[in-house]
Design a protein around this ligand. Sequence first.
Ligand code: UDP
Length: 387
Amino acid sequence: MYQAIIIGCGFAGAVAARELAEKSGKKVLIVDERGHIGGNCYDKYDEHGILVHQYGPHIFHTNNTRVYEYLSRFTGWLPYRHEVVGNIYGKKLPIPFNLNALETVFGDQAKHLKKILIDTFGEGARVPILKLRESEDKDLRMIAEYVYENIFLKYTMKQWGQKPEEIDHSVSGRVPVLLSYDNRYFQDEYQGMPADGFTPLFEKMLDYPGIEIRLNCPAKEVLSFHPDSGQPVTFEGKPYDGMIIFTGALDELFDCRYGRLPYRSLDFEWEHYGKPFYQSHAVVNYTVTEEYTRITEYKYLSGQSDKPDTTIMKEYPRSYGGLKGEIPYYAINNTANQALYKKYHDMAEKIPNFYALGRLAEYKYYNIDAIIDRVITFTEGIGKERA
Ligand code: UDP
């Protein structure tokens, strides 16, 4: 019999499985309703031989040495420096908006503006756009208005259906105004792409005695929960009192009985071109025009720059309605949604040995490194912590 059953085989589930099997010698079953491992980090070669991320671009970056070293057990790294440009009515600017962007946009005024920015916030500062907008100085306000209008407002409307000030402020704060000449999207100490891709990384992580995986297996096919009645959980019809780690959407586990938790979803449009490159960077954000938010050209991420052809992907955000085939990508964090989430979490707490972990199950905007760190800490404290 399994001592732990894990629902979902993305980073949350896979790291939990490996840690429980390796550190505690547990016999672990992972079930996933999809036909592959890796969750939304799943990548594969398309029909043109280009490594693509089926669920949108995932770039690994972290300042967390423990996480970097942990993943390095399962993969080598392709050194990769992620740079993004914004397409602003055809003109390109580095994103995050930085001192290079300031010089491009403000020309002769840039020297003076740079001094005010640095005197106010310090060299190298990462200033959230909503904070910059609160400035009283008229020059700082002018910069803030330019960046808000041209980088944040329309992109955020597309992505979230709301203005930057209407969504959780930490979301726009992920992409600050950066008071340096560093054109990288992330300033973290470690960044890179798994040398052979994410899927082989997952394969290695999961290749350990005691880990069994069942794909194309929706949780409810094998497990049943009775949080109201106090009856035990059953696995394949028999009472199960081992650990359950759930990484899916909690509302759906409980048949959305209190109403659906809101998420944003994405539609992807794939295109292939018989020319070496489509655009200048791996990711170009369309911050003022187009219905899509960004275009990713995958060969930059996979290091396949010498290929004569190229595959790109456009992202069209939209709301998530829970229909078949739709995928909830982003939790929409606000007070009302957190209150609704808490109802589901309270319900989950009634199930013994049940732990909710990950972007979906915790209704949080986790980066890869943050969820890995969370799961390692969680497995170290098994028995002491309830997720
Ligand atoms: N954002 C924006 N314009 C940009 C890039 C980001 O307005 O060019 C805002 C937008 O609200 C977005 C958030 O910043 O949802 C976080 O961006 P990030 O690139 O971190 O999003 P992810 O890659 O996770 O979708």
